[in-house]
Write a protein that binds this ligand. Structure first.
Ligand code: UDP
Length: 381
């Protein structure tokens, strides 16, 4: 056990724009505690909400409505992506946030800074200048990763896939500073419940029907309502479980549907590992966190929506690995789930493909990298 004074301080920079950055950060904090008990003091700072001036401060609130207009999102994504364009945006914005970032840095001294958000890296690294605090970026987009993730001054950049490594290197991150590990996910995905049927019993889900789990990221985003309606109207012999995240209005609308099948509607849950372990297939928007968790739970995926730009590559990755299908129209979602409900062999095959690309140890591996950087662990080389 480390002496209190020897405990290492880790500052995590994230924001609640969607649910994925928080989930990844929590998974890393959990893994640090499991791998190195009583060694780390971890602090999470929501850079936007806690430090930046208005209107940037409202980014977490603005994110769900902004993503309702994928075309507008695509334009803002593409016009800021790329080496030159991203630098130009930062040049314009930096003076506006510089004071806040300096304050953030001053108030949160740490032994290592871990950024889990694309929009904070350059501002922070510029502010730190030649300060020796190690700075690590953990990229939480799977494949198509925005230029903002990559700043050459970072000591280390951890990416989830080989495809993302290529992007990092294109942006000039030296080969030796990039590690392909995976997207950090909670320990309870890594060690699933011994008997998932117990969770079904607890929740009142039928044991004898396949469960179709529908989620829309941390904020119940995308055309989730249309998808749920279409599945309900398809007359499938299955249970539908919908998780609406923080979207309370959606939750109410789904409860009020004219239901034809067993169903269970939830708001934000902290039990996602249990929900996934007790389900048979996952219908989701292309959020990288949810997809990575679905892989670990061995769930075949039906992806019904994606944010243009950052989530394009996720869809291609899932399809290429045969772990699921792209179904942008509700009737295509119905076709996909019908096939799996009616053909258990096809379901098992897709489930196996999903499991094959899972990276359940990513959070623990990244925890060891962090520990190595601050000198409390030395991997066998
Ligand atoms: N999530 C959760 N409870 C919910 C809904 C979502 O814990 O009720 C988690 C989900 O397990 C995942 C994250 O929120 O870890 C969503 O991240 P993702 O990258 O899939 O999408 P985002 O919301 O960031 O767009």
């Amino acid at each position: 056990m480390a002496e209190p004074s020897a405990r290492k301080r880790v500052l995590f920079l994230f924001s609640d724009t969607g649910g994925g950055h928080r989930s990844a950060t929590l998974a890393l904090i959990e893994a640090l505690g499991l791998e190195f008990p009583d060694t780390f003091d971890c602090k999470m700072v929501d850079v936007f909400r806690d430090y930046l001036p208005a209107p940037l401060r409202y980014a977490p609130e603005m994110y769900p409505p902004m993503t309702k207009f994928p075309e507008t999102w695509a334009i803002s994504y593409r016009t800021t992506d790329g080496k030159r364009r991203s630098r130009a945006v930062i040049r314009v914005l930096f003076p506006y946030v510089a004071r806040s970032i300096r304050r953030l840095y001053r108030e949160n001294q740490a032994d290592i800074i871990v950024s889990v958000h694309p929009l904070v890296n350059t501002a922070m690294l510029r502010t730190m200048k030649s300060n020796p605090t190690p700075f690590m970026t953990v990229v939480t987009d799977m494949v198509t990763t925005h230029a903002f993730w990559f700043d050459r001054r970072a000591d280390l950049v951890v990416v989830p896939t080989e495809e993302a490594r290529e992007v990092a290197e294109e942006y000039g991150i030296p080969e030796g500073n990039v590690r392909v590990v995976g997207l950090p996910t909670a320990e309870r995905f890594r060690v699933p419940p011994a008997d998932p049927m117990e969770f079904r019993d607890e929740q009142g889900w039928r044991r004898d029907l396949p469960v179709i789990l529908v989620v829309g990221g941390g904020d119940g985003m995308g055309p989730m309502e249309a998808v749920v309606k279409a599945i309900n109207e398809a007359g499938l012999k299955a249970t539908l479980v919908a998780i609406c995240g923080r979207n309370e209005a959606l939750q109410q609308r789904l409860r009020d549907l004219d239901w034809t099948m067993p169903h269970h509607i939830y708001g934000f849950t902290t039990q996602m590992p249990d929900f996934m372990a007790a389900s048979d297939m996952l219908v989701t928007k292309a959020g990288p966190g949810t997809i990575s968790e679905g892989f670990i739970a061995g769930l075949p995926l039906v992806i019904y929506a994606r944010l243009p730009g950052q989530e394009d590559g996720n869809v291609a990755y899932v399809v290429k690995k045969k772990a699921g299908v792209w179904a942008p129209r509700p009737h295509q979602v119905v076709d996909a789930v019908r096939r799996w409900v009616e053909d258990p062999a096809a379901l098992a095959k897709a489930a196996e493909a999903s499991r094959r690309v899972a990276k359940p140890d990513a959070a623990r591996q990244i925890a060891r990298i962090i520990a190595d950087r601050v000198g409390v662990y030395s991997p066998a080389r």
